[in-house]
Design a protein around this ligand. Structure first.
Ligand code: PMP
Length: 360
């Protein structure tokens, strides 16, 4: 039985990538050792991290004005790290569109003033507040958004326009590399790898070099300065070599597939297939405003919590795993990142139809 894993992260990786990693696991390029057994300073690892960076630059069209960095601590560490480096007592604008935005803002408060320009919290994050209602700070140190809300299931369909002169920063953990966007609209963006890029253990950080130079070095520990990673090619200390290797394989795969525009088309088709079905059903409901629906995390509910639980359990028996909603919100959630093939979404919809008929 084919198994389709709908986990929100760590999430499924492309089958081809897993197979290639398996083939190279114990004997990388016939050197007799696996990549994770090799020194990060050795001849074989440097080309791997270089390839990961080059792939990312090519896929996202990133100019030399930006540094591409690999940092441990996940996206959550970026919540504090970016504020430590870029806020320094000033004011930062945050758009509160979900639990992760909220956590990011909370960390920033330790290092300066946080202005919540808009929030959909009272509405249980069922939408993204319209950009023309945001109360922005004209001279903010930066403005922070979460491009895709993994738990709430909402996503900016179009990235917002930055405030003139204010760097825009985005947590793109759950939609990086899934959609085309203009890097030059951002001062910085970051993502934990474990959804669209590879395994957990590394976060991708892309930052404009002039922004990274704003850090007041005396106030920020060496390991938490962006400049440390820039000056040392993300190897001031031992980097997560295996996670970076996997990231190189995933980005190789994406390039072969035709790049971000090609995967975006497939992602749109997958999401449309699932939402079209949800819209025809009066058994399943999705709480998210139609205009803001995520193409990565599709949240829905059956008529009761008991049925939600039965749905998740029954689906698992049918090879459709990890469909339980986030523990904070309950219900069901299908995460359909880049690696999820259309066949997985079709299998899910077939199962949903059967479950509906049996439980109506
Ligand atoms: N931001 C978003 C949008 C996320 O979905 C997550 C993880 N689910 C995080 C941040 C936190 O990531 P990490 O576990 O890598 O710290």
């Amino acid at each position: 039985m084919a198994v389709y894993n709908f986990a929100a992260g760590p999430a499924m990786l492309p089958k081809k990538v897993m197979e290639r990693a398996q083939a190279e696991f114990t004997n990388y390029q016939n050197c007799g050792s696996g990549i994770m057994e090799l020194s990060h300073r050795g001849k074989l690892f440097q080309p791997v991290i270089d390839r990961a960076e080059a792939n990312i630059r090519e896929l996202l069209n990133i100019s030399d004005d930006y540094a591409v960095l690999f940092i441990q601590g996940g996206a959550s560490m970026q919540f504090c790290m970016l504020a430590m480096n870029l806020l320094n007592g000033g004011t930062a604008d945050y758009v509160d569109t979900g639990v992760w935005s909220n956590k990011a803002a909370k960390e920033a408060k330790l290092f300066g003033n946080v202005n919540i320009v808009a929030s959909s919290r009272e509405a249980k994050y069922d939408h993204i507040p319209a950009a023309d209602t945001w109360k922005r700070t004209a001279d903010a140190a930066y403005m922070h958004i979460t491009s895709n809300n993994t738990v709430a299931g909402s996503q900016y369909q179009v990235m917002p326009t930055p405030t003139p002169g204010v760097p825009m920063i985005a947590d793109m953990s759950s939609d990086i590399m899934s959609r085309v966007f203009n890097v030059n609209d951002f001062g910085m963006f970051y993502a934990g790898a474990q959804k669209n890029l590879g395994p957990s253990g590394v976060a991708l950080v892309v930052i404009r070099k002039d922004l990274a130079a704003r850090t007041v070095e005396e106030k920020v520990p060496t390991m938490l300065r962006y400049s440390t990673y820039i000056e040392n090619g993300s190897m001031f200390n031992t980097p997560p070599t295996f996670a970076i290797y996997m990231l190189a394989l995933v980005t190789d795969w994406l390039k072969e597939l035709g790049g971000v525009a090609a995967i975006e088309k497939i992602n749109n088709e997958k999401a449309k297939y699932l939402y079209d079905f949800l819209d025809t059903s009066d058994f399943y409901k999705t709480p998210v405003a139609k205009a803001d629906r995520s193409r990565m995390n599709v949240v829905f509910r059956t008529p009761s919590e008991e049925l939600d639980a039965a749905f998740v359990a029954e689906a698992k028996k049918n090879g459709l795993t990890d469909l339980k909603g986030h523990r904070l919100v309950g219900g069901c959630r299908a995460s359909i990142y880049n690696a999820m093939p259309m066949e997985g979404v079709q299998a899910l919809v077939e199962f949903m139809k059967k479950f509906e008929l049996a439980n109506k």
